[in-house]
Design a protein around this ligand. Structure first.
Ligand SMILES: *[C@@H]1O[C@H](CO)[C@@H](O)[C@H](O)[C@H]1NC(C)=O
Ligand SMILES: *[C@@H]1O[C@H](CO)[C@@H](O)[C@H](O)[C@H]1NC(C)=O
Ligand SMILES: [Zn+2]
Length: 291
């Protein structure tokens, strides 16, 4: 194949196989941005200077997607991006860590691991540890990252015909939750801008969510965090919203996503992003308070 065609073929392949192990870029950046802003607001704790120092003046937003860029060279890290619950039926889907997270090799285990590692401040790995922590706190809040093993968190439910701005219309259910709904809302209402959208979510934290925000936070980082229950929250959210159409029927391959589905679930996603940002900031503050 002449090089020009080879490049074209590669480009097409790249678009066909969008990696499916994360909120998209925007989702992770938004979680990082919310945490950055919350830490800046409460800077007397020193958390924001700690982040600045560890990340050599980068922000949590800047580093939030790094963990997805190394899954090929560091394949051991791939299972740390999700939880696949092995036994689920229509009424019940319960995350059992001993069964679904062997050796802590899943996203709740990773949140706990990188919290402990950031707390311990191993000088050689602290930079990576904080980047991993930032990413995994994001992933654990994407409902389909903690969902049924049978369909790999909605990855095998496809194609779902759903137009994503500039990205075509053939996506798995998982991808619609990773980035589809978010990208469309951002394009239509926020000029495609992560920080403007993030500012809107920060304003919800001050208003609509303000009564709940304290309850979102975990009160300890000593041995583990609340990551296992955050994983179960995602499972519950996936079962209640992601897997069901507006009539309450299970979504299957060939399903055409209705506008109502995107509209309703946009709110669900926004709350999960806000929770991720609040909890990431909170973990870092607790880590600082132990220094
Ligand atoms: C970070 O920013 C501070 C203040 O602007 C500067 O003094 C320092 O050299 C920067 N550190 C790095 C690693 O870029
Ligand atoms: C914990 O972090 C270390 C260092 O990155 C890594 O080798 C190990 O696989 C991690 N384990 C989990 C469960 O995250
Ligand atoms: Zn990920």
């Amino acid at each position: 194949m002449p090089p020009a065609f080879r490049n074209l073929a590669l480009l097409v392949l790249t678009f066909l196989f969008v990696p499916a192990h994360s909120w998209g870029h925007a989702g992770h950046e938004i979680v990082g941005y919310i945490a950055d802003q919350l830490l800046d607001e409460s800077d007397e704790s020193g958390a924001s200077s700690f982040v600045n120092e560890v990340l050599s003046n980068s922000t949590l937003q800047d580093v939030a997607n790094w963990a997805d860029t190394i899954t090929k060279t560091e394949p051991w890290s791939l299972p740390l991006h999700f939880i696949n619950v092995q036994v689920c039926d229509d009424d019940s889907c319960v995350f059992v860590p001993s069964r679904d997270c062997h050796g802590n090799t899943c996203v709740s285990g990773a949140v706990n691991n990188y919290t402990q590692r950031t707390l311990a401040q191993h000088s050689e790995t602290l930079f990576d540890d904080l980047k991993f922590l930032t990413h995994f706190v994001g992933d654990i809040h994407q409902p389909l990252h903690c969902a049924k093993d049978a369909d790999k968190g909605g990855n095998t439910i496809k194609p779902i015909y759903y137009d994503v701005t500039d990205q075509g219309s053939e996506f798995s259910l998982h991808q619609i939750w990773d980035f589809g709904i978010i990208e469309n809302v951002m394009a239509e209402e926020y000029n495609g801008d992560v920080t403007t959208y993030g500012d809107y979510l920060l304003s919800l934290i001050q208003t609509d969510f303000s009564d709940e925000v304290e309850d979102w936070k975990c009160d300890t980082v000593s041995e583990s965090t609340c990551a296992e229950s955050w994983g179960q929250e995602s499972v519950d959210t996936a079962m209640k919203y992601a897997y069901l159409d507006m009539q309450g029927n299970e979504i299957e391959s060939e399903y055409e996503v209705e506008e109502d589905y995107a509209k309703t679930n946009r709110n669900v996603i926004e709350k999960r992003l806000a929770m991720g940002g609040v909890r990431l900031a909170n973990i870092i503050e607790l880590i600082i308070s132990k220094k």
